[in-house]
Design a protein around this ligand. Sequence first.
Ligand code: GLC
Length: 633
Amino acid sequence: MTSTSTVTHPSPTTPTSPTTPHTVSPAVTPTRQDDATGHRNGNGDANGHDHANGDAAPDTQPVPSVPPPAARPWWMDAVVYQIYMRSFGDANADGVGDLAGIVERLDHLVALGVDAIWLTPCFPSPQLDHGYDVADYFDIDPMFGDLGAFDRLVAAARQHDIRVLMDVVPNHCSSDHPWFQAALRAAPDSHERSRFFFRDGKGDHGELPPNNWRAVFGGPSWTRVTEPDGTLGQWYLHTFSPWQPDFDWSSPDVVEMFDAMLEFWFDRGVDGFRVDAVTVAGKAPGLPDAPPVAEGTPENDVWAHNPYSVFWPTAHDVWRHWRTRIDDYEQRHPGRHLVTVSEAYTPDRPDLLLQYVSPEEFHQSFCFDLMLAPWRVDAFKSTIDGVYEALTASGAALTWTLNNHDTQRAVTRYGRSDATLLSSWTKNNLVYTDTPVDIAVGTRRARAAIVLAAALPGAIYLYQGEELGLPEVLDIPNGARQDPIFVRTEGREIGRDGCRVPLPWTTDAATGFGFSDGTASPWLPQPAEFGEFSVEAQEHDSTSMLSLYRRLFAARRAQAFGALALDWVDIDHPDVLAFRRGDVLVAINVGPEAVALPSWLGHRVLLSSRVDHDDAAVLPSDTCAWLVGGSST
Ligand code: GLC
């Protein structure tokens, strides 16, 4: 059904043409930490877990204030709000978001009616991939606060019945991580190097990478190190960038450290984890060369066709192991109901998606195909149908999302001149396109898309700022761009900064629109018109995107769709898709003209993405509505 019919993991990113492998030595990337256990404070146990320096779990075990329903876990239908740590709210006026900034703005999330928040990584990190390069899995980066600030956020959220999910990065760490620094100092074949993939190079003098794998952020997947004696030596594997060395999951140390990490944060009251880049965590034994890719495969997509890394099945052993640990934690802590959600792009392959979400592996796995789909009835229908059929047949949870921190924002995607073309599948989301954007059209469609998605069975994850209708910021000056994709490709690829610009809260430009206090500029520049999108500008405007989101999620809660089936309703129009969930008929019109609806569908518009839509007999262009009062025939 799509142009991406092969088994790939589409890049959240846009890799580039080969770059010259560079070398890394301990002297080049000095460690801030000097502890062979993986913990920055020393005094750690074998798992890099330190209870001695004041970061032990709080004395009082958090008591869940939300009694879970007996049969259906809370997360099955949850509304989860993704917080991009650097860009939500800045309490300490350094221009970067922080934990206290979230506490100050919790009311916004309460008004939105979210069940949980997912925090992008807030661990100590050199921030070369903005937190997805973790230097210590057991602490908080001072830029975001400290463990006390984290505990205060969990407690404050809990007072509002909002649960907290973190983001765990198991495929790789930062090259600043003490384990990697120790590996650089150690000899080939040492225990220290066994936690990563260090290999001798090919060629007479080991001057060629050990294999032909390509990195997601561009260039080869290998970087050569300078050995402690100053000579050029082995190479190490990094699926993403040289600053993100891959863990070797056959190392018992790695397994133990992550076991300890999960427990450490569960003990602090965390209710679950989003799990990063799960499809690349396994590697074929011997790390063989990847087969040649089909002619015409763009250079930036080559990595995704490597069958010896992408979807290599040994990663599933890790996730199954995690699930036993998590189930065991729940057993030991009655009342705790934890969730894991995996980031696995499985384009047009619901069968592959199903491999991740099951009682043995992840509780949830994002159904990214809806986010990647063009603005078309056939695309929406086949995507929703495929996922629904595959997952519900085995009782697996459905998990929808329309936006995240790796993807161009929906308003911009749907407003592109090619948004309705099959050829735009995935491309308009994940890589830069220079097709013209009509923000008014995109906004109308983004409103319709969320009204549709909120009515689907399962959970939904929102990404901060979509409730404000923020467009992608496409014109960030090159000098201000920070995404490693932009950096590694020397600007050939625009990267993901445009969806990560700090949120506007007020109309006051002098304070970064309420993001900060004006002492320091926001870490990414905000457009002059950002104030128009602010919470302050929207919250008393019943026509605004924010008002729609508030109404929508209140209605979703009131409907309590729960386990109700999705029943397709055929109204025989090429631009309209319709389904029933219990008493509610959901219909979307993606076409350019209004469509007359048969009266048996429904007599009353319960909710519509279009403000002036109150006639159940007609569905305007680019509109989604929930109707009630119809008959089921
Ligand atoms: C995931 C994250 C992305 C990050 C990458 C490497 O795709 O969502 O932001 O750059 O993994 O960790």
